[in-house]
Design a binder for this molecule. Structure first.
Ligand code: PLP
Length: 358
């Protein structure tokens, strides 16, 4: 058995050796025709995966930096944050640190973001930006983007809509152009199934126009700078070239699988995990209608000894999750995304079952 347990935590997720090997492809120059061809082909496939003609940027840092990019290129009047878990809550800290005028719609953890609550707050006219997390990794809650899109398109077409899709992009179908999302971001260590430290975002024309009007947006996260380089299929600074090779490989795998098959696979793994949890007498932490396709958060109402299960699974070659922050031991998460296929999930759950009562 490998000294490295197979990861069943909600990021970084499992990356098989075949993909890790691709990351050690020899370096190429970042101002060469070779890299431009590589980037162009990656952007083309990401646009197809996200059903968009918006500009896509590849960014060599964690997604947290893109929270800031979204805000710095859009907030003039104020930003309304929807908070329903740990990551949406952390995003607020960025607005606070950047001294933006902001307000928060606060949900009980486990609940999804609702269009009517957004409507109530945006109708004040105090905000020109809405920020929300599509898939709250801390709670396994996936909010309904269609419902929010309907509201944004019909009543608030001038408000910039920022969406964190860190643990949903590439695992759940998100039709950006149809939904009208202005800025959506993800990092690679979740459903993309690559190592951490690299991110992807999509920027609408509306967002790019807003960016041009912004003062004090700095240089590193300026969308105008990004656009200047990406129009030549290059990056503003030296990128993580191994991640580019890795992304190319993952996109090849995705293309072979087919997008609809990929979305279905994630949904099937979600259903399997939910059925298993219910059959064990456990409940789901996420509210009905908001169960994520990429991660299931299970309320531990059977009082399983999660530390014991964790240690026993480690002995068997798996690292599991015991729950985020204060939820530790009370609600644990089973991720099922990216390079995890039904067989991997079944193997994990079968090992899990063996150690529940030993
Ligand atoms: N947003 C969500 C929903 C996340 O789950 C995470 C990390 O787990 C982040 C943002 C932060 O991503 P990164 O660590 O790439 O900055």
């Amino acid at each position: 058995m490998s000294i490295y347990p197979k990861l069943f935590i909600p990021g970084p997720t499992h990356v098989p050796k075949s993909i890790m090997d691709i990351l050690s492809t020899p370096q190429i120059g970042h101002r060469t025709e070779e890299i431009s061809k590589l980037i162009e082909s990656i952007l083309l496939d990401i646009k197809a995966l996200l059903y968009t003609s918006n500009n896509i940027y590849l960014v060599s840092h964690a997604a947290t930096g893109l929270w800031e990019m979204g805000l710095r290129n859009s907030v003039q009047k104020g930003v309304l944050h929807c908070v329903n878990g740990a990551f949406s809550s952390k995003w607020v800290k960025v607005s606070e640190a950047c001294s933006y005028h902001y307000n928060v719609i606060d949900y009980e953890w486990g609940r999804g973001v609702k269009a009517q609550d957004i409507d109530k707050m945006l109708s004040t006219g105090d905000y020109d930006v809405l920020a929300m997390v599509h898939n709250e990794t801390s709670t396994g809650v996936m909010s309904n983007l269609e419902e929010i899109s309907e509201l944004m398109r019909t009543k608030y077409p001038d408000v910039i809509w920022l969406v964190d899709a860190v643990s949903s992009m590439a695992g759940i179908k998100i039709e950006i152009d149809k939904l009208g999302i202005d800025f959506i971001l993800s990092s690679t260590q979740k459903a993309w199934g690559l190592p951490a430290g690299f991110s992807i975002c999509s920027v609408s024309d509306k967002m790019a126009e807003r960016s041009k009007l912004m003062e004090n947006k700095g240089y590193f996260l300026d969308i105008e700078v990004y656009e200047k380089y990406f129009s030549k299929f290059q990056t503003p600074s030296t990128p993580s070239i191994p991640h580019l090779f890795g992304l190319r490989e993952v996109l090849n795998i995705i293309n072979k699988e087919g997008l609809n098959n990929r979305w279905d696979r994630h949904k099937e793994m979600r259903d399997y995990t939910i059925d298993w949890a219910i059959s064990q007498g456990q409940n789901l932490f996420s509210e009905e209608g908001c169960h994520s396709h990429t991660i299931t958060c299970i309320e531990n109402n059977q009082n399983w000894d999660m530390d014991k299960i964790y240690n026993k699974l480690l002995e068997r070659g798996y690292r599991m999750d015991r729950g985020y922050g204060n939820l530790r031991g009370k609600a644990f998460r089973i991720p099922h995304m990216g390079n995890i296929y039904m067989e991997d999930l079944k193997d994990f759950i079968s090992e899990f079952e063996k150690v529940i009562h030993v």
